[in-house]
Design a protein around this ligand. Sequence first.
Ligand code: NDP
Length: 291
Amino acid sequence: SSGRSVTVMGLGPMGRAMADAFLDRGYAVTVWNRTASRADALVARGAVLAPGVAEAVAANEVVVLSLTDYAAMYAVLEPAEAALAGRVLVNLSSDTPEQARAAARWAAERGATHLTGGVTVPPSGVGRPESSTFYSGPRDAFDAHQPLLEVVTGRTPYCGEDPGLAALYYQIGMVMFWTSMLSYWQAIALANANGLTAADILSHAVDTANSLPGFFAFYAERVDAGDHRGDVDRLAMGTASVEHILRTNADAGVDTALPAAVVDLFRRGMDAGHAADSFSSVVELLRKPAA
Ligand code: NDP
């Protein structure tokens, strides 16, 4: 078992917050980072800075990786491959599901176990009980080390054996996060062009965002059933609405790339014969990208 000790490799904002969280819980923490000076504050708190990658890996059964991406993992670990046998690599670096699957094979070939993690919070959320990280990979390794994983984020939803799944759940959250935030920047640009500040529209923006979960829940069952009936909304209505949005943004002189992309998708739905269906029918287009 991992006992009460762990190695953390990669001391960006996330890795440092993780090492701090382990120290807070009384773990013996070994750290390593390409730029060694990033370990200074952790060493002052009692962490041990490993002199090299092989020593960092050898120090503990569980090795938490918090690197920019999976390419960085190979760059770091390849020179110390011989130390990997018997280790559990908890990879909390984000990348694609395919990269996670390849890394799990790569680790297995070297006698190591790979657990994929997708952290859903920024550094300030690390170490908190309400924060969440998706995990996938071997169930027995996940179960054996869950108490340790719980230190990073209190919630540790397990997605399944497929190493790609945690990365997939992470990416599903991120496609929503980045596009939603982009819609917020668009709203602010439109507000600013009309003399309103971000603070002026904040409560309206929050109310709008808070209305979305009701729509998610309403459409989830219908979309899974292939039911795009236009009883509560019609794509023709939605298309008129997004065209008004495009024109409002153009009239204000702000960038129209985002609203134009939305209009383009809605019009493709109209062209595909969905005018009288719900705007949820756009999902059908997204499943089959234009050639
Ligand atoms: P950073 O990119 O700031 O830190 C990355 C770490 O990777 C640093 O320790 C850096 O070392 C190291 N690194 C990068 N490339 C190499 C390389 N080729 N060789 C050796 N070391 C390398 O990332 P964060 O700490 O912000 O995030 C870590 C991971 O967590 C990322 O995958 C990110 O997507 C994910 N994540 C981040 C969140 C956030 O809010 N920041 C939220 C959720 C997930 P050095 O210090 O020497 O440069």
